[in-house]
Ligand binder design. Structure first.
Ligand SMILES: Nc1nc2c(ncn2[C@@H]2O[C@H](COP(=O)(O)OP(=O)(O)OP(=O)(O)O)[C@@H](O)[C@H]2O)c(=O)[nH]1
Length: 320
């Protein structure tokens, strides 16, 4: 008998000191066991909770959701697992870990299982609460870093517009959408006039700033669905979904005027520059997405040829 008492004593001590939360409830969800982990993190002693309904003591618990899970476990006598990814925590415990200190609350995985009496009757439900804050924070940080990397790989560093590769992917998507739904879509290709002379007169740093300045003016002109990217050095492409050639022309003309009126302030001077733009609206004759760009580029070439600082819409003559 003393041996059995000793064994029981040691078992209770283990339950009290183990670094996971152990909670036992009867079938009416009254607390029967609340170990040291739970006491330390909640600040509430087992004596205070004993025989009291868990949901009355912790109103922040999602009673309806949790009892539904517990009822299944009690009925089927199986186990249920609640992951932090499904619900960050069951018990709202503050996080005190030094390394993962940025997490406000302890992330938890929770296992539920039923306990039976010696006669085999299900009498209690047990919860094991694991502190998985370290794992969760690491995973969330990794996810955030990956999202940032994914974004960085799509963005042009100088202008913060889409880079050529990603922009072209989005252009392809619009092209495919047209083939399916035949909704209007137009492409504007534009380029700074005599950009070489900005570089030559003011240096490449100012040249870069002129590119950034134009990118900002473009960005400020876009609707939510428009897609602008840096196609090359000082050449930009803008895909305008649901836009016919006349509307695209108005858009590009407004942008052209805006650029003309908005000199770059650099080196204590107002450096004026202008842009030329070429437009091509999708139609059934355009069999490949590269033809779409080629036609808008041909219109841009004509804008350059006809004096620059103007907007041209692609016409079939361009190909002759
Ligand atoms: N500062 C800077 N210059 C660039 C960049 N990319 C390309 N360039 C320069 O841009 C100039 C483009 O010159 P061109 O293609 O001759 O055209 P342009 O002088 O703008 O003349 P038009 O387009 O015919 O009006 C070249 O001198 C390139 O070196 C860049 O990222 N930064």
């Amino acid at each position: 008998m003393p041996n059995q008492m000793n064994e029981l004593h040691r078992l209770i001590e283990m339950v009290q000191t183990i670094e996971v939360g152990l909670v036992m409830l009867d079938k009416d969800y009254r607390v029967q066991l609340w170990n040291g982990f739970m006491e330390n993190h909640s600040g509430i002693s087992p004596n205070t909770l004993r025989d009291r309904n868990l949901f009355e003591c912790f109103p922040e618990l999602h009673e309806e959701w949790l009892t539904k899970k517990m009822e299944v476990v009690l009925t089927l006598q199986n186990r249920a697992f609640i992951s932090w990814e499904q619900r960050p925590y069951i018990f709202r415990f503050k996080n005190f870990r030094p390394i993962t200190g940025q997490a406000e609350f302890m992330y938890q995985n929770v296992t539920l299982f039923s306990l039976s009496s010696l006669t085999g009757e299900v009498t209690h439900i047990c919860m094991i609460i694991y502190d998985v804050t370290d794992v969760a924070v690491n995973k969330l940080q990794l996810k955030e870093a990956n999202a940032e990397l994914a974004e960085l790989s799509q963005i042009d560093g100088l202008t913060k517009l889409y880079n050529r590769r990603h922009w072209q992917d989005l252009l392809n998507r619009e092209f495919e959408r047209y083939q399916r739904y035949h909704e209007h879509a137009s492409l504007v290709m534009l380029d700074i006039d005599f950009f070489k002379s900005i570089n030559d007169n003011y240096g490449h740093v100012v040249g870069d700033r002129a590119i950034q300045h134009l990118a900002r003016l473009i960005q400020d002109s876009l609707r939510e669905t428009d897609v602008a990217g840096r196609y090359g050095g000082e050449e930009f492409g803008i895909v305008l979904p649901n836009t016919d050639a006349a509307s695209a022309s108005q858009f590009a003309e407004r942008l052209r005027q805006k650029v003309e009126r908005s000199p770059l302030k650099a080196e204590g001077q107002n450096i004026k520059f202008t842009i030329s733009a070429g437009i091509c609206m999708l139609d059934n004759e355009i069999a490949q997405n590269s033809d779409w760009i080629r036609r808008a580029d041909a219109a841009l070439y004509r804008a350059k040829e006809t004096g620059r600082n103007n907007v041209q819409v692609y016409s079939k003559d361009e190909d002759s």
